[in-house]
Design a protein around this ligand. Structure first.
Ligand SMILES: [Zn+2]
Length: 370
């Protein structure tokens, strides 16, 4: 991901350069019922606060449109009422087993999109999912990139066959391509892969409609801008949008960089569609005695949750964007130092428990909201 961090010296791009990805269509031409109701002014510029004077008005519009969408779309899912998830759900996250997944994934070496190592990773993920009762789908697509055409593959696991995407729990499994050094991405790419696998095991046979998604192509090849980076999540969101199914999504929960042995979540500064789930995350962490491991970043982060926010889906990014040997430096990120030695099973466990408690609480909320 790219950090839109005013405080970080490693931020590559000034905020004014952030543009709305091309994949997100102009809603003006799409009408109200499509599930993609982005006000034309609600591009990334506005989203990241560059036009604060108009944001209030746009927020009111967004709330209105969100309610309108709900009235149009909510009736579709009536009839299925998931039972509450068990109170002890967070305890089902086995940090040691997740750590073994991480070791295995890192053993494949650098895993950039289109590589043989990433294909091995995908095979490993699918093999692990075959041991659950989840329905597995491999979503393959080919698209142009700054390195030429690359075939990408998202992996989707559904808690029950054909269930609606009420909760989308995502993370990326590719690692950034660095031709000049060996980058194994134990934390950045590895930890999300492993944590999602263990979440899948914990949610197996549980009464919740959830899709777990391993996104390919989160990492940009050159710079995070139109046509580079977030390939998998953009494609996934666009596909759901095309199927008019985004309205079925209650929440998108993203995990990224959750392996740092000095672990603490730094939730991005919440914009309107992140506020509810950010608050819920703090509540969930407090409930499982892990409140000290959650903090708030003063800035936004460009990551796989963005395509969902742009499509008006509530989302939260469970990320620890402080990966380094000095506070705030983040100097292991995207370097050859992102290795297993700088990660720990306990960190995966903390992130996993918070995520499961958050999932449990979100699943208990009334849905559809009518
Ligand atoms: Zn990265």
């Amino acid at each position: 991901m790219s950090k839109l961090a005013e405080t970080s010296g490693r931020d590559q791009r000034p905020k004014a350069e952030i543009r709305r990805p091309k994949e997100i269509r102009n809603p003006k031409s799409e009408g109200r019922n499509t599930g993609s109701l982005i006000d034309p002014g609600f591009g990334l510029r506005t989203f990241f606060g560059l036009r604060p004077s108009t944001f209030g008005l746009q927020f009111v519009c967004i709330v209105f449109l969100a309610l309108a969408t709900c009235f149009v779309g909510c009736g579709k899912q009536a009839g299925y009422k998931p039972q509450p998830l068990p109170d002890d759900l967070p305890k089902r996250f086995d940090a040691q087993r997740a750590w073994r997944d991480l070791e295995r994934v890192v053993s494949f070496g650098p895993r950039p999109s289109g590589s043989e190592a990433l294909a091995h990773t995908a095979t490993y993920i699918v093999e692990q999912l075959r041991a659950t009762t989840m329905e597995v789908e491999e979503q393959t697509f080919r698209t142009n990139t700054p390195r030429g055409p690359i075939t990408f593959k998202n992996i989707i696991a559904r808690t029950r066959p054909g269930c609606p995407p009420r909760l989308i729990i995502g993370g990326h499994y590719d690692t950034k391509w660095f031709p000049d050094f060996r980058f194994v991405g134990a934390n950045d790419g590895g930890s999300s892969t492993a944590a999602l696998l263990e979440l899948a095991r914990a949610l197996d046979k549980q009464p919740v409609d959830a899709w777990l998604v391993w996104f390919d192509g989160e990492e940009c090849i050159k710079t995070y801008e139109d046509g580079d980076g977030l390939f998998g999540s953009m494609y996934f969101a666009r596909t759901l949008h095309g199927q008019k199914r985004l309205r079925e999504v209650q929440a998108m929960i993203l995990l990224d960089m959750v392996g740092d042995r000095n672990f603490r979540l730094t939730l991005p500064k919440p914009y309107p569609l992140e506020q509810h789930l950010t608050k819920k995350t703090f509540e969930a962490a407090y409930a499982v005695g892990l409140r000290n491991f959650v903090s708030l970043l003063p800035t936004a982060i460009y990551d796989d949750h963005i395509p969902f926010l742009l499509n008006r889906v509530e989302a939260v990014n469970l990320i620890d964007y402080d990966y380094g040997n000095l506070p705030g430096q983040n100097n292991f990120w995207h370097t050859e130092r992102d290795t297993l030695e700088r990660c720990a099973p306990e960190s995966l466990g903390i992130a996993g428990q918070i995520a499961l408690e958050l999932i449990r609480r979100v699943a208990m909320e009334k849905w559809p909201r009518d």
